[in-house]
Design a binder for this molecule. Structure first.
Ligand code: CAA
Length: 257
């Protein structure tokens, strides 16, 4: 399958999705959104694939929603048309998705990275929510996901001033899982994705669901949700296999059931 705004490579168990609008620093227009919906849907449906990596170019992961496409929109277009609702598909992806960020991740670009399960940043990465400079606000979840990731003080500052945050600051703040040299970004992200994809697919989905529930529920309810998913995995062949393999000192052969 080929896409107008994405380059998609399937490696052994890992799908690499590269945003590809170099002339616009990968600005997220409606075609990118539709292509991402299709590519992530195909990834989720493909049993041979266990983890996806979304990346951009060396200069830009994505410099935001497409300002030229948005400039003349009306309230009826945005609210009536539910402008960014298609990105709910990114969140709905059941298998893990890693963002590999080099260069600018601004506005919708930063928000897309934060929709992923974790971010690996090149030392060149620059994150920001500069919408305030355009007379608007984050609109793809940035104020909410950033506040949950790094707290109120920094989120307010980022969203109110529109300043950019470098990779080291983003790592110290907890926005990114780790920072790697720019030249190693894709190799490191693929290595992480391969590690994720080598685990039991059932346990992997359970981890994704339970960590995400931590942001939606009170602690006791979240802990109960975790325990019930943990209990449920004892109904899987993969739990028997994983523990038997540990005891026999051999690699596990996951079946995904
Ligand atoms: N939308 C549309 N086009 C964009 C774009 C965007 N978000 N960001 C960059 N481009 C285009 C530029 O217009 C330019 O195109 P032309 O050559 O046709 O003029 C091309 O990409 C290269 O950009 P620059 O010449 O500006 O490159 P630079 O290196 O001088 O600056 C930059 C880089 C600082 C990232 C600058 O491009 C910039 O500030 N971009 C906009 C960032 C932004 O405001 N993002 C938020 C968008 S709103 C949003 O995302 C809402 C939301 O929450 C969903």
């Amino acid at each position: 399958m080929s896409y107008e705004t994405l380059l998609v490579e399937t490696h052994d168990r890992v799908t690499l999705i590269r945003l590809n609008r170099p002339q616009a620093l990968n600005a997220l227009n409606s075609q990118v959104m539709n292509d991402l919906i299709a590519a992530l849907g195909a990834f989720d449906a493909d049993d041979s694939q266990g983890c996806a990596v979304i990346t951009g170019s060396e200069k830009a992961f994505a410099a935001g929603a497409d300002i030229k496409e948005m400039a003349e929109l009306t309230f009826a277009d945005t609210f009536g048309g539910n402008l960014f609702a298609g990105y709910d598909r990114v969140i709905a992806t059941r298998k893990p998705v890693i963002a590999a960020v080099s260069g600018f991740a601004l506005g919708g670009g930063c928000e897309l990275a934060m929709m992923c399960d974790f971010i690996i940043a090149a030392d060149s990465a620059k994150f920001g929510q500069p919408e305030i400079k355009l007379g608007v606000t984050p609109g793809m979840g940035g104020s909410q996901r950033m506040a949950r990731a790094i707290g109120k003080a920094k989120t307010m500052e980022m969203c109110l001033t529109g300043r950019m945050m470098g990779a080291a600051e983003a790592e110290a703040a907890g926005l990114v899982a780790r920072v790697v040299p720019a030249a190693d970004l894709i190799a490191e992200a693929l290595k992480s994705a391969e590690a994720v994809a080598s685990m039991s697919p059932l346990a992997t989905r359970a981890v994704k669901e339970m960590v995400n529930v931590a942001f939606e529920t009170p602690l006791a309810q979240g802990v109960l949700f975790e325990r019930r998913l943990f209990d449920g995995l004892f109904g899987s062949e993969d739990q028997k296999e994983g523990m038997a393999a540990f005891i026999a000192k051999r690699a596990a052969d996951w079946k995904g059931r």
